[in-house]
Design a protein. Structure first.
Length: 245
């Protein structure tokens, strides 16, 4: 589950989707719209978490001057704690290359953001993802608690599990406890992985989430059948605002 981190900028343009030939979950639209999202995860040294977050709050503008930050979160529950998670939006790989060149020549960014971060983290992980065709990145109407659920799917691609996954997510959201922010399919990084980001608005969101899952996980399992090998839910907090353009 996710606790909101501070510093989220604008990001996300509406996607024009072409008709899908195989599965409603196929990532084919990237042939027409090259927009992708980089998931960047920082595993922070436990004793350095506060220092890391303060540095991000103070200096992230040095990076958002070059690229769009969709959101920045710190982990609350689930998996390894002391993690910070960013989603960066790029129009295409050419733009990402230009951003990296610009950052490499930005002395202030290197000295105030990059070098301090390297000293505060154990490791970084990066995945290149695409929004699935049937999902737009949505701006939440209000703040709440975010959940990132990672599904490790069986090999075979969207043609095997795409429709079942969509039904499972819809069954999860239709009960009204949460709003779907985005569904991402990993293209580079851990293959056969799908990540769904949801937000819960209840004042007792953390408790509602646990009660909610108790009643709906069986429905998700039924929809997915034997196509999913593993589900990993994490609760995160946002430290800023998710902004969509």
């Amino acid at each position: 589950m996710l606790a909101l981190g501070k510093s989220l900028t604008k990001a996300l343009a509406a996607r024009t989707l072409a008709p899908q030939v195989c599965s409603s979950f196929a990532t084919g639209p990237r042939q027409y719209d090259g927009t992708f999202y980089e998931f960047r995860t920082y595993c922070v040294k436990p004793s350095k978490m506060n220092e890391f977050l303060e540095n991000i709050k103070k200096n992230i503008h040095l990076q958002t001057a070059h690229s769009e930050l969709v959101g920045s979160w710190s982990i609350e529950f689930g998996g390894r704690i002391d993690k910070v998670f960013h989603i960066w939006k790029y129009d295409n790989f050419a733009q990402q290359t230009e951003v990296r060149k610009a950052l490499a020549n930005d002395k202030e960014w290197r000295e105030q953001l990059l070098i301090p971060i390297l000293g505060l983290t154990d490791k970084q992980e990066s995945e290149i993802t695409y929004l699935v065709p049937w999902c737009k990145l949505e701006k939440p109407p209000k703040d709440g608690v975010y959940e990132l659920v990672t599904f490790q799917m069986k090999p075979g691609g969207p043609a095997l599990w795409g429709d079942a996954f969509r039904r499972a997510i819809n069954a999860h959201v239709d009960l009204g406890y949460s709003k779907l922010v985005g569904v991402f399919h990993t293209e580079y990084g851990a293959l056969n992985r799908v990540s769904a980001t949801l937000i819960f608005f209840s004042a007792s969101a953390k408790y509602s989430v646990f009660m909610f899952f108790g009643g709906t996980r069986m429905r998700i399992a039924e929809q997915l059948g034997d196509t999913s090998l593993m589900r990993i839910p994490e609760l995160w907090q946002l430290f800023g605002k998710v902004s969509i353009t």
